[in-house]
Structure formats: C-alpha cells, structure tokens
Design a binder for this molecule. Structure first.
Ligand SMILES: *Cc1c(COP(=O)(O)O)cnc(C)c1O
Length: 384
C-alpha cells in the first residue's frame, strides 16, 4: 500500500465490535477475573490488558498503526514530545556515557539534556552542524539526536552525515522528525535507529492535544517503553490517543496543503522589500535546499523571516496580522506566528540564542491550510 492508503487502512478499528474507528477505552484498570489469570498476565505468560499506564486498547491500536506508518517493529505513544525525548535518553544512556546533539534543537530538548540529563552523570556535547559532528565526534558518544529541519531558524541537517559520524562510535541515532512527519520522510528506512515526534504538531494537526511518539527496533524500544510508562509514568490518555489517530487520517491531505501554502508564502516574502531575510529551505538560494531536495524532496510548512528593526518592528508587524494567530506551537490547521526571541527562546542567554540563529529580528510562521492568497494578503497589509 502507498502511504496515503496506509493512513486509512493500517488501523484495524475494533475487531471485537466491528467499530470502524477505534473506540475510546476510558478505563484505568482491566479485570483479569481469576487469580491464576492475574498471575499469568503479570508474568507475561498471557497477553492482555492490566492497567492503562502500561497499555490501553485505544493507545495500542494507535501504536500499531504508527509502527506500520514509520516502518518500525514497534511504536510508543506518550504524553508529550518531551516525554518521548526524556524517555529515550534515560532508557539508552547511563552514568559515564556521553550523548550529543546538533545545535539548535527544540529548546525544551536542549534544556532537558544540558540541565537535567547531565545530573545523571551523563555528559552532553553539542555540535554546531552535521559536518562538525562528522569531523569531531568523540569516541565515547553513545547517542546522537538531530532534527532534519531545526526550530526556529530552519537549518537543514543531513541525516547521511549523522549516520556516517555515528558509525564511527557505534552510537544510536535519534531523529526528531516533528517538522517532516513520516509522510515526507521515514528516518528508519534510511538507517536511523529511532524516530520521535511531538505528536502535538503535524501528526495530530488540529492543535487540540499534547502527545509524543517514538518508533524503532524492538531491542531499542523495549527499554524506552519501560522507562516511559513504568518509571516516568508518561502514559497518554485514551481520549488523546483517539484524537491523534483521528488527526493521522488526514495527515497527507494536510501536509500537501501546508507545503503548497509555505512555498507560495515564501515566494511572496522573498520579493518583498520590507523583508530583510526569508528563511525557508525550499528557496533554491537556501543552504539547506540541495540536501532536502536530494534526501526528502519536500521542504516543510514553516517559514521564518527577519524584519530589520528588532522587537519594535516585529511587534508592529505581528500585531497587525489578522489571519495569522499569535501563538507558539506549529503544524495546526490555522496559521500561527511568533517572535521566538521574546517567547520560546527568551530563557536562553543572548550568546547561545544568537548562535542558534534566534535574532531579535526573527519571526516564525507556521503556515496553515487557509487559502495561501488570503495569507499573502494578510502578510502584505501587515508589512505595509
Ligand atoms: C514541540 C516540539 C517538541 C516538544 O513536544 P511537546 O509535545 O510540546 O512536549 C519537541 N521537538 C520539536 C521539534 C517540537 O517542535
């Protein structure tokens, strides 16, 4: 089956009742009936649900579908993207190990690694780029995390260089694929070990839940599942799982609209005299263009711009927007706009913020599925 067909036909619905969509099994516990069956379930001799923090039928149906969509042995759905990140690192790194990431990554990810994971006796190295990692990877590095398109400066990282670098030390590679989704890129098919997502963004797509996903080979996924559910306790509720599965059904339709809208908006902004810089890897002039053209063939739904004039100019522009909603997050149906330096990245010290490309001039746009002509008209009036 092609991916668009899989989105609709990789879910089994509810074989017990014939319900076409998976029902919401809103139950914390599941009876096993007899003491002997209880013993058999807890020992793993019999399969069957026990307690929803460990497994729930609605969540399990979603996990089975995501495993198919990612080409994974197994997928895990957790309470947030950050639960996915922290579970991966706590499960696969131990005291004395070293882990690495390519700057910049999602702010919450960098903060977790540098401020919290490091307290477990794990050393954390940050590399400026895929080339930097390839040239300078430390022999002790066990785990490398990267984002193919980074946030919010939309820098492109080449997974082939990450793979080549990690092969030198046998490190496990982790791709945060939130910006691309499996519709556009399936890291596991290209030899990356684990893929993760903030399911809050494009996967669910409607801006109504917080969720996280991890997928990969069984031997890596088993410890991640144990840490995430049994120890951290980051189970997702069945309502959220239902909404994520419902959102997935339209992933391809939505992504096509996001991609087309972003391309059109970026072309408009690139020729506008009031815009000093357009950052969008689909522009042929963008440094990331050749890598994405070769490896993914798509450029995502995010566009960032710089308006010379710092916060004051950004504020003027943002407050004039009528269709774009000022909010953090991304990948929703509605177009969103934010000023990262004063919001999502305000907690960073200025040198690290600037090193991550988050200047006071930068504005990040998540292009929704509205008619791009209306979005362009809104941007034009706000710029004027
Ligand atoms: C939002 C986001 C996260 C964190 O996900 P939450 O669902 O907010 O916990 C991680 N990585 C990327 C790239 C994100 O955009």
């Amino acid at each position: 089956m092609k991916f668009k067909t899989q989105l609709l036909h990789s879910s089994s619905g509810d074989p017990q009742t014939g319900a076409l969509t998976t029902p919401i099994y809103q139950s914390s516990t599941f009876t096993y009936g007899t003491a002997a069956e209880g013993k058999a379930r807890f020992s793993g001799e019999h399969s069957g649900f026990i307690y929803s923090r460990m497994a729930n039928p609605t969540v399990q149906a979603l996990e089975q579908q995501l495993a198919v969509l990612e080409g994974a042995d197994e997928a895990l759905v957790v309470a947030s993207g950050m639960a996915a990140v922290s579970s991966i690192f706590y499960a696969l790194a131990s005291a004395g190990d070293e882990v690495a990431f390519i700057d910049p990554v999602y702010g919450g990810t960098a903060a977790f690694l540098v401020n919290t994971l490091s307290r477990a006796g794990i050393s954390v190295s940050r590399y400026a780029s895929d080339d930097d990692l390839l040239a300078n990877i430390h022999p002790a590095t066990k785990l490398v995390l990267f984002e193919p398109i980074t946030n919010p400066n939309l820098k492109v990282t080449d997974y082939r260089k990450i793979k080549a670098a990690a092969a030198k030390t046998g490190a496990v590679t982790v791709c945060d694929n939130t910006f691309l989704t499996p519709y556009l890129f399936k890291p596991l098919e290209h030899g990356i070990d684990l893929v993760m997502h903030s399911g809050t963004k494009y996967l669910s797509g409607h801006g109504d839940i917080i969720a996280g996903v991890v997928a990969g080979r069984t031997e890596l996924m088993q410890p991640v599942r144990t840490i995430a559910l049994k120890h951290i306790g980051a189970a997702i509720g069945p309502q959220e799982a239902y909404l994520l599965q419902r959102g997935l059904r339209t992933l391809a339709l939505r992504m096509d609209a996001h991609l087309a809208g972003a391309a059109k908006v970026a072309q408009f902004l690139a020729q506008h005299p009031a815009v000093s810089k357009v950052i969008y890897p689909g522009l042929v002039s963008d440094a990331g263009y050749p890598v994405l053209a070769e490896t993914v063939g798509a450029f995502g739904g995010m566009v960032s711009i710089e308006l010379a004039g710092g916060f004051a100019r950004a504020e003027q522009f943002l407050d004039k927007l009528a269709l774009f909603t000022q909010a953090v997050s991304l990948g929703d149906l509605e177009s969103l706009a934010c000023h990262p330096a004063s919001t999502t990245h305000a907690a960073m010290d200025a040198p690290s913020r600037l090193a991550a490309g988050v200047t006071d001039d930068l504005i990040r746009l998540s292009i929704g599925v509205e008619d791009p002509d209306d979005l362009i008209a809104d941007l034009a009036q706000a710029l004027s």
